[in-house]
Each structure stands twice: as structure tokens, then as C-alpha cells.
Write a protein that binds this ligand. Structure first.
Ligand code: NAD
Ligand code: IPM
Ligand code: MN
Length: 364
């Protein structure tokens, strides 16, 4: 299979973790006989430095000519004082909007060998397996007016019925492939957008009688995520609630460096991006956890290319390396061997090659 992949490393640890993911994708291509063509493009602070803006036309053109994109992270102290339209984060928001990537899929899965790395008790974190479906192209991030005057500031939370319908439908469909439960998270006791959201969920659920639905207020959801995370299967929620809840959910896995994501629409192009940011505090030290980026690449194989065997092989290789006790500093603990970002990727590739050889021996 020939696929064109855009790589947007971005800022901070972005280049380090995307390099790890690209190396893993190269190993997948070698092992399974695919041709992945990588084209690099600038976004965020990297693009501001090179082109004077966070999302250059050149980057959009490269994405338009590709089948999927891998993104590292954007942002950092260097650009924090810039006006809003010249901040690195603007580039990320604009590219999501440009390609109408309204569905952000964020799986949260507890890894058995890392239960000790989570601040939660083992019996709470054990066997957690949920997906946060975050609306990504509307809500408070994009609503107009968005204004600033010396004495006040305005952000606007707007959702149309159609925007809610399409994300809720995505969540129902994902739930059907899993345990069949959707928790819709809102703030319907206060917000008009949430009341509409709840109404739409009630309407759409009639088309999915096989899926169990519960409504939950976002403050309660924040508490339940930590006290009883196993009670969730699919969480569907608006843009900002999803942003906050997913960082919270990452502690179940032991680190923000563990959570991958897919930013997609119902067809075509998608951007695969770790949930974490550019981590300026550890950037350039070859110690960031590349798991989120590598698992995001696995999501690309699955969702954009339909390569399910290859995606599962990457996931198993990552699990194998973690089980062997290798990890980066963020998930260090008793009996663990802390290695660098690059060394972790190399271990994943070695494991992938070992898996492939043993399958080959089994079936030939
Ligand atoms: P962050 O996610 O970058 O970091 C939060 C904490 O988690 C830090 O202590 C960091 O060291 C740690 N961490 C994150 N990823 C890690 C990894 N892979 N391995 C090990 N540790 C990891 O959040 P922040 O510090 O609040 O934000 C820094 C910058 O990143 C800001 O400019 C912010 O806007 C941006 N940001 C970008 C994205 C994105 O590009 N998708 C997401 C979140 C934040
Ligand atoms: C994320 C990030 C972004 C978001 C920022 C950097 C704009 O936090 O991808 O989770 O809030 O969507
Ligand atoms: Mn975030």
C-alpha cells in the first residue's frame, strides 16, 4: 500500500516524539511491504519562525496532497506574548477547522504493567478502557464574537443543532463497536448550549436503541473519572470539556505522555496527534514519552488506512516494551528501566520485528 503522510513536528518535544513515531511507521512499512512517503511541513511556533504565521499555505497544500498527517505539539514560552492570531496554538485550531476535523477520538486505556505509575489506587485504575469523543471544531474555541478591550473580554459558546448531531452520531457509532454505553457530558443545569446538546442526544439515541445512554454534568464527570473510571465506555462532550477531561483522564494511565488521539471527519484526511502539549520543561532532552505519538500513528494505520493488523502490531509492541519494564522518566517506578525517547522507539521497533518474525514462522 502506498500512502502519503504529512509530518508536522511543531515545537518543544513535538519533533522528538514525532521522530519516534515516524521511525515506527518506517518499520511497519518495511515489515508489511508498504510504501509510506513522508513530507515534512511547519506548524505552530516553528511556522511562525519560518513563515511569519502559525499555519502557512504551504502546510495546507502539503496536507491536501496527503492521505493523513502526524502532528507533534505546538506552543512554547518563546511565542506566549504574541497576539492571538500569531500564537502557535492558532495554527492547530485553524488546521482542525480547515479540514473540518470535528471528531477527536481520545482513547484512555490502563496498561497493566503501569498501574503502579498512576497516582490512583491500582483497584481504581485497573482495566479502565474508555474513549473520550471530543467535539473539535466549534464551541467556546471558535464562537464569535471573540473580543478584547482594556476593561473586558468576550468568548462565545455557540453550538448549532447540526454540529451536535454529527458528533453525537459519531459517539453512538463508536459505542456500538465497544461496550455499547455513551455518557454525554454537559452543564445542562446552567448552559443553553448544554440544554440543546442534551435534547439532541435524546433525539439521536432513538436511532441507536442498542446503546445505553447516560447524561452527566461535567463537574460530576470530573469527579467520577477519578473515583470510578471503569464506569465509562464512551464519553461524548463539547470542545473545552473534552480538552480538560482528557488531560484529567491521562493520570489513570500514569502520564499525559501515554494518550494518543485522532482528529477526523467521517471520511478522508485525518490528523493524528498526542493529547499532550510541547512540554517546554523537558524539551530537547530526549526524555519525552513517545508512547502517545506512536499510538497516534497506530490510530492513523487503523482509521485512515484500514491497516488493522499493522495497528494492532504497533499497540502490542508498545505494550510489550512497557511490560519488559522499559519506560521514560514520566512513568518511572519500582523495577522500571528508564530510557530515552529514541531508545524507547528503538525497543518498540525491535519488538515489532520480533512479533513479525514469530508470526512468519507460525504461518509459513
Ligand atoms: P503540556 O502537555 O505540554 O505539559 C504538561 C506536563 O506534562 C509537563 O510537565 C510536561 O513535561 C508533561 N508531559 C507532556 N507530555 C509529555 C510526554 N510526552 N512525556 C513526558 N512528559 C510529558 O502542557 P503545558 O505545559 O500546559 O503547555 C505547554 C505548551 O504546549 C503550551 O504552549 C500549550 O499551549 C501547548 N499545548 C499544545 C498542545 C498540542 O499541540 N496539541 C496540547 C496541549 C498544550
Ligand atoms: C489539545 C490542546 C489544544 C486544545 C490547544 C493547544 C489549542 O490543548 O489538543 O488538547 O485545547 O485543543
Ligand atoms: Mn489539551
Amino acid at each position: 500500500m502506498v500512502k502519503r503522510i504529512t509530518v508536522m513536528p511543531g515545537d518543544g518535544i513535538g519533533p522528538e516524539v514525532t521522530e519516534a513515531a515516524v521511525e515506527v511507521l518506517r518499520a511497519v512499512a518495511r515489515r508489511y511491504g508498504h510504501a509510506f512517503q513522508f513530507t515534512y511541513a511547519a506548524i505552530g511556533g516553528d511556522a511562525i519562525d519560518q513563515y511569519g504565521k502559525p499555519l502557512p499555505d504551504e502546510t495546507i497544500a502539503v496536507c491536501e496532497a496527503s492521505d493523513a498527517a502526524l502532528l507533534g505539539a505546538v506552543g512554547g514560552p518563546k511565542w506566549d506574548q504574541q497576539p492571538s492570531h500569531l500564537r502557535p496554538e492558532r495554527g492547530l485550531l485553524d488546521i482542525r477547522k480547515k479540514f473540518d476535523l470535528f471528531t477527536n477520538i481520545r482513547p484512555v486505556k490502563a496498561v497493566p504493567s503501569l498501574l503502579g505509575s498512576s497516582p490512583l489506587k491500582e483497584e481504581v485504575a485497573r482495566e479502565v478502557d474508555m474513549v473520550i469523543v471530543r467535539e473539535l471544531t466549534s464551541g467556546l474555541y471558535f464562537g464569535e464574537p471573540k473580543q478584547r478591550s482594556p476593561k473586558s473580554a468576550v468568548d462565545t459558546l455557540v453550538y448549532t443543532r447540526a454540529e451536535i448531531e454529527r458528533i453525537v452520531d459519531q459517539a453512538f457509532q463508536i459505542a456500538r463497536t465497544r461496550k455499547g454505553k455513551v455518557t454525554s457530558v454537559d452543564k445542562a443545569n446552567v448552559l443553553e448550549t448544554s440544554k440543546l446538546w442534551r435534547e439532541v442526544v435524546e433525539e439521536r439515541m432513538t436511532a441507536y436503541p442498542d446503546v445505553e445512554v447516560e447524561h452527566m454534568l461535567v463537574d460530576t464527570a470530573a469527579m467520577k473519572l477519578i473515583t470510578n473510571p471503569r464506569s465509562f465506555d464512551v464519553i461524548v462532550t463539547e470542545n473545552m470539556f473534552g480538552d480538560i477531561l482528557s488531560d484529567e483522564a491521562s493520570v489513570i494511565t500514569g502520564s499525559l505522555g501515554m494518550l494518543p488521539s485522532a482528529s477526523t471527519r467521517t471520511d478522508g484526511f485525518g490528523i493524528y496527534e498526542p493529547v499532550h502539549g510541547s512540554a517546554p520543561d523537558i524539551a530537547g532532552q530526549n526524555k519525552a514519552n513517545p508512547t502517545a505519538a506512536i499510538l497516534s500513528a497506530a490510530m492513523m494505520l487503523k482509521y485512515s488506512f484500514g491497516l488493522h493488523t499493522e495497528a494492532a502490531a504497533v499497540e502490542e509492541a508498545v505494550a510489550g516494551v512497557l511490560e519488559d519494564g522499559y519506560c521514560t522518566g514520566d512513568i518511572a517506578g519500582e523495577g522500571k528501566r528508564v530510557i530515552s525517547t529514541g531508545a524507547f522507539a528503538a525497543q518498540v521497533i525491535e519488538e515489532l520485528e520480533r512479533e513479525f518474525v514469530s508470526e512468519h514462522i507460525m504461518y509459513s
